[in-house]
Design a protein around this ligand. Structure first.
Ligand code: GLU
Length: 283
């Protein structure tokens, strides 16, 4: 049962500098917690050792302080790998080793923004003998999503905008849940942490709406509670293109260094007012 007090989190991946979209997520998550005397957690999602950088963590902390947002707890996913490994073990025979390209496996460590191409299932049909012969090769672990869905039956979750959503994890195919050198994936780590940290309300961009289908399934398999979801519209530029840190959107750090007022920016975002040239995209 949901308690009276909201626990929210802002969960950036330190793979680049934060932009306006991150500021919107952080402000909304922060304010939702503060409105009910709850707790606002900052969780650094740094399980992707090849792309995460300590200097980005420092910049994130400065950006949030500049926006006037104070967090109650700071955690690092890289320090919580044992929890993800334990969850992986609990999923047991629903997982199978996948020897397909490292690039495909690496991609799964970050948040899968946008449409996901479902895995064709190549390694699902390997014989036990073929698996044993190759198990010393680098591999990830995929979940047999059809069997998992069969096991738990129909599921739904609540989104504050979209209402009750029937979970449809099959559309993602057999997602990667762990790999040998990083015993976690975005999906597994987020699901485990949101439950372990008592998060009651997940506030994040609309681009992660689809991922919730998988998170809901994992919650059921691991017997974890389901938070309420708040997927907010993405911020888009004048051309309607959404901001992505890799496409040259203005970084919060650049605005901060240029002497702009972060508290004023946070207040403007609270009123859904955006700097010139930007607007909220479709819900
Ligand atoms: N770490 C993810 C990102 O940077 C967000 C995770 C989440 O909010 O579920 O996009």
């Amino acid at each position: 049962m949901r308690g009276m007090v909201s626990v929210t989190r802002f969960a950036p991946s330190p793979t680049g500098r934060l932009h306006l979209g991150h500021a919107l997520s952080a402000v909304r998550a922060h304010d939702l917690a503060r409105a009910g005397g709850g707790r606002f957690l900052l969780r650094i999602e740094d399980i992707d050792g090849t792309r995460s950088r300590p200097e980005h963590v420092e910049t994130i902390l400065r950006d949030l302080a500049w926006l006037g947002l104070e967090w109650d707890e700071l955690s690092f996913q890289s320090e919580r790998l044992a929890l993800y490994a334990a969850a992986q073990a609990r999923l047991g025979d629903l997982l199978y080793p996948c020897f397909c390209t490292r690039a495909a496996i690496a991609a799964s460590l970050s948040a899968p923004h946008g449409p996901v191409a479902a895995y064709p299932g190549t390694c699902r049909s390997l014989s036990a003998q073929a698996r044993a012969a190759r198990i010393h090769e680098p591999h990830g672990w995929r979940i047999d999503i059809a069997r998992a869905v069969d096991r738990v039956g129909p599921l739904d979750w609540r989104d504050d905008q979209a209402g009750t959503i029937a979970a449809d994890p099959l559309r993602h195919g057999d997602v990667i849940l762990a790999r040998k050198d990083a015993p976690a994936s975005y999906h597994l780590a987020v699901t485990v942490d949101d439950a372990a940290q008592g998060v009651t309300d997940v506030v994040r961009g609309r681009d992660l709406f689809e991922a919730t289908h998988v998170h809901r399934l994992l919650q059921a398999l691991l017997r974890l509670p389901t938070p309420l979801y708040h997927h907010h519209p993405l911020i888009v530029g004048g051309d309607g293109q959404r901001l992505a840190k890799r496409h040259g959107a203005p970084a919060l750090a650049a605005m901060r260094e240029a002497g702009e007022d972060g508290h004023a920016l946070a207040d403007a975002l609270r009123r859904n007012m955006l700097p010139a040239g930007f607007r909220l995209g479709e819900a």
